[in-house]
Design a protein around this ligand. Sequence first.
Ligand code: ADP
Ligand code: MG
Ligand code: MG
Ligand code: MG
Ligand code: MG
Ligand code: MG
Length: 689
Amino acid sequence: MGLLSLGTPLPWKEVEKYANHVREHGITQFLHIWNNNKDKKDNVLLWGDEVEYMVVSYDDEKKSAFLSLRQAQILAALEKDEMKQRKIEDDANLALNQRIPTFHPEYGRYMLEATPGYPYTASFDDLLNVEKNMERRREIAIAHLLPNEFPVTLASYPRLGAPGQFTDPYYPATGPASRSFFLPDELINPHVRFPTLTANIRERRGSKVAINVPIFKDKNTPSPFIDPTIPYDRDIFSEDANAKNGAALPDHIYMDSMGFGMGCCCLQITFQATDIDEARQLYDQLAPLSPIFLALTAASPAWRGYLSDQDCRWNVIAGSVDDRTEEERGLKPLEHNRYVIPKSRYDSIDCYISRRPEFRDEYNDIELVKNEEIKTMLTDAGVDEALADHYAHLFIRDPIVVFSELVDQDDANSSDHFENIQSTNWQTMRFKPPPPGSGIGWRVEFRSMEIQITDFENAAFAIFIVLLTRVILSFGLNFYLPISKVDENMKVAHHRDAVLNEKFYFRKDVFAHKRNSPENVTGSETASEDATPDSEDSSSDENSSTRSFSGPAVRPPVEEEYDLMTMDEIINGKKLESPGGEDVGCDDFSFPGLVPLVQSYLDSMSIDVDTRCRLNAYTDLISKRASGELDTAASWIRKFIRGHKDYEFDSVVSSEVNYDLVRTIEKLTKGEEWDGAGASMLGGLSATR
Ligand code: ADP
Ligand code: MG
Ligand code: MG
Ligand code: MG
Ligand code: MG
Ligand code: MG
């Protein structure tokens, strides 16, 4: 089980007093970690996924599916079993797919998180274990549920916060922590950390969080849409006036509580790099892919009982933990706060951290708000500018939860204060330093993906990302884009059917040094790993790109490095017609596509036929999602709702429609109906299982 610090949480007014203490000791703790690990080399690839579930409880008579609030009992039962099995396992040295997965608590009291239990290695055998391991996790979860419960992997629950009952058991929405109009505090994990997070975010901000997702205007949706289900005139808490004073926007689905975001499910992947530089390289190279994979995994079209005009969860979570004050949001002149902060603490990354030669200063093109004292602490201790900037930026935030028993720590051996700030910066990528005294290496986490309905799909996306990291490293790929363009892609990724209708900024030439390397002038396709100088301290990008090469290297303006591409082009490749009309093939003017790149990497490995077939099934899914041949989960859910006999084309997702949706999702999860009810999303894929 994931361990959460126990103790007495301080109220916001007290936490505030300790903010500098936590930041300073947090950075001191980081410096111990950094000093002990910065020269660590030769860690092997280890990696693992995190899958989040919602436990639903069916009431077949009422044709309702509720969110079951039995997390504590379920986790206790799982832990008891795990204890028993661990002992046996220690002796038996079981194969990885037979090892005991680990279950963790999550924000929602209806949620579970499960990890493989042991990290996977780089072996192809382990890749084949991923889906089995995910299936096993779900089976184990099911074995600890009631007969009318089921763990679905749904990114957003369509009826969360909708009128009437949506939790089992029912609670009215009158909780002091969230003060929500819609969500009872009882759906928050009761461990003190979570209600305290909720209350302290609200108090720090000075109002309830306010999330407004555009409503999907269907044939019978009133226009303007003024939500009749908002209790504008409630008068229990001071924040109750927020909604009528402008927090709730017309034509939007208004949400007012952390649970709407942190109650969503995602798919995260963590990798161990060989050393700190490789971790920094992977962090940077995966960052521009985070909006691409957000759009491809889109699975959240419905909120608070309505169909929305967006497909992804990300901006809902960003809004749900946005603890910035009005001054910090730039709505009032700075008086009590230090900074105007452009983004929520849950958002896309703000700066690249690698300084390999393919990096150019122009890529870090958005304002980076920094805590200058923290930066000085880091640079005085010998941390390079780029990494110091990264932490000086993360450490502009206050801690949200501080336990009184944990204020004083042994900074040489603890990372509690560091993790307090680090782990409440919920960004698209996370750079994870080794835990003190652990033997674990530098890791990177890819955090943007939405959870998929079936284990097959979740395995496919997890495996595809891990293969991409291998391709990036062995071909020396370069996906750098200015961060402002990555941010624009994040916005676009949310749009309804972005996969089909939108274009994304993407780098035209992903072969890092191909244009600059003398070898490549003569047409060699050699991966550029060897040709890559390790210049940590390169101050000017012009110099760093030419230093180790004899040939002249004139870099084009940054704006010429990227173009707008469709998802199909990014994933499956783009062939340009030459001016004469003939197909010019995969040369300078065409983008190879991420799936063909992964395929050519696989071609270069010796893999047995069975393994390759299985991996092809995963890449096929991704390829077909990108081409539009198969629907995203969001698109499929939207079609299911709109095609339901009880839907009235007024954007409302009724309890009955929700019930049938969840029942169908359960079937898909069990491998049924792929060529039936699930055909537009999974059709034709069952043959490959
Ligand atoms: P968090 O919630 O902090 O992101 P979790 O512990 O829930 O982290 O999940 C981390 C994932 O990383 C799991 O899938 C786990 O198997 C995997 N993992 C564990 N150890 C390593 C390691 N040394 N390197 C890479 N991944 C690891
Ligand atoms: Mg986790
Ligand atoms: Mg976590
Ligand atoms: Mg989680
Ligand atoms: Mg979560
Ligand atoms: Mg994680």
